[in-house]
Design a protein around this ligand. Sequence first.
Ligand SMILES: NC(=O)c1ccc[n+]([C@@H]2O[C@H](COP(=O)([O-])OP(=O)(O)OC[C@H]3O[C@@H](n4cnc5c(N)ncnc54)[C@H](OP(=O)(O)O)[C@@H]3O)[C@@H](O)[C@H]2O)c1
Length: 260
Amino acid sequence: MECPGPRGAALLDLTGQVALVTGGGRGIGRAVAEVLLEAGASVVIASRGAAALAAAAEALAATHGDQRVLAVPTDVADEAAVAALLAQLVARHGQLDVLVNNAGLIHFGPIDQITPASWQAVLAANLTGAYLCARAAAPLMQQRRHGRIINIASVSGHTGGISAGVDYAASKGGMLAFTKTLARDLAGSGITVNAIAPGQIDADPLLLSAEARQRVEQLIPLGRLGTPREVAHAVLFLASPMASYITGATIDVNGGILKR
Ligand SMILES: NC(=O)c1ccc[n+]([C@@H]2O[C@H](COP(=O)([O-])OP(=O)(O)OC[C@H]3O[C@@H](n4cnc5c(N)ncnc54)[C@H](OP(=O)(O)O)[C@@H]3O)[C@@H](O)[C@H]2O)c1
């Protein structure tokens, strides 16, 4: 059967679409916002730190225009805050095409250093936040029978990872299962739901000492950390018409580390 829809460069063109990127002010989320803006989408970024978020939005708007960038300070684990975020998004754009659940707390350390409070905080940001955002976004997408939900999980959700805490790994394993089941729930509404499982990404150059970086690089078959933009490129693919028949899937962006 002939595949309908765009051809060539138009397959990666998101002009006229609106994307929400949680945690879009820095790291991987910032790169995702940039790449989606480059593809023509308008982007709403949301995270807790209002000043850093505003600074990121200003820098993105300087390149892509004020009208295409909106920053809304939000704790994604707070149901009322997520409702207010979606209300601001609708007031500005009237539609939502792409939700990228990227906000998250990265956490290392053995179980004796994980308190019930820190466990709850990691699960709330990483998993409850994705649930609340997807739940708020789905009706908007269902109205237009079009939507893409992209969840940023982690290699640790597959394998436990090389240094992740059990709280972090559990949240990301949960994200992978959440993705598959939500894909089934929303498939009848024209909405696809997929995950990306990054390996070690060079999102914060200060995170690893030179020695630790060398140790990690030796565990990665491609011999280096990934870049935030390499994750963002997988997001663009899943958001684009190229991925119209993909749902419930996970793309590993990890330099081959999963196989070890
Ligand atoms: N870097 C890696 O190697 C790697 C590997 C695999 C997966 N990932 C995943 O990729 C995503 C981004 O990671 P990153 O390295 O870019 O981390 P990052 O630099 O720490 O950025 C995380 C972002 O999430 C926001 N955030 C955290 N908790 C939030 C909450 N409750 N509500 C709203 N925003 C919140 C942070 O902003 P505020 O603190 O201001 O809220 C920040 O913008 C995370 O989900 C992470 O688990 C990263």
